[in-house]
Design a protein. Sequence first.
Length: 276
Amino acid sequence: MAGMNLPGVFEVDGGKKGFFKISFDSRQVFCYNKLLYFGLREELVMRMRKKPNLAPRMERCVDWWVREPEAMPGRWRDLAPACRSLWVEVGCGKGRFTVETAAANPDMLLIAMERVPDAMVVAMEKARELGLRNVFFVDIDVARIEECFAPGELDGMFINFCDPWPRKKNAKRRLTHRGFLDKYCRVVRQGGEIHFKTDNSPLFEFSLEEFAACGLETKNVTRNLHENGIVGIMTGYEEKFHALGTPINRCEVVCKPFLLPPEEKKRPEADTEEAQ
């Protein structure tokens, strides 16, 4: 095993699946895949372990779990009438950012979307332990966001460290692709905001291009958020990326209705990841 420049972390060659970096401090396993499509760096993807006793753990958090979000459009604010704003977090993972944001903003009603129950249950347990009553969880894909929220119902969205989907053929699956932006701007009120963070620089540049193509204003754009010290609330991923010295990209997008622009026709290029 080749050592890294971090104590207690080692690299193991996993063949075609990339490199596995094992931290004996945290006992967590990470998979590094070289994203040659972007040609800049390796991408960090945390592998979730299967959670024991998932069903009973979910049931113990039933007061924080909205099982049928499709029945909630126009009714979300009834969950916490005292809250003055309604935000969604896409892909909350284990919920560090979720619960800290909810705790720091008692006037915000936060709905956390997460497709992976094994991760969502950890986040719900954190909210339950803190007794937070302004955060709720749904296990549904963000592609169905229009089924869950009425037009203009949201004040904003958080999109943190989403999958970069590096292959060109998967560009439409990136959560900042114009197809998704169209959905977001239908459920977020005009003037509402999307706060976007990623460690993946190529994804960030792609996203800025998509925002511009849709005529959406961006502000507070930074390619090294924590350059002069920690800014805002971190996710669990973000803390690890920052510890590795990876710059964090962030921007805020102002939502408004727009006509979905056509896809640009570009000269076909080889998918470098597949070409290897």
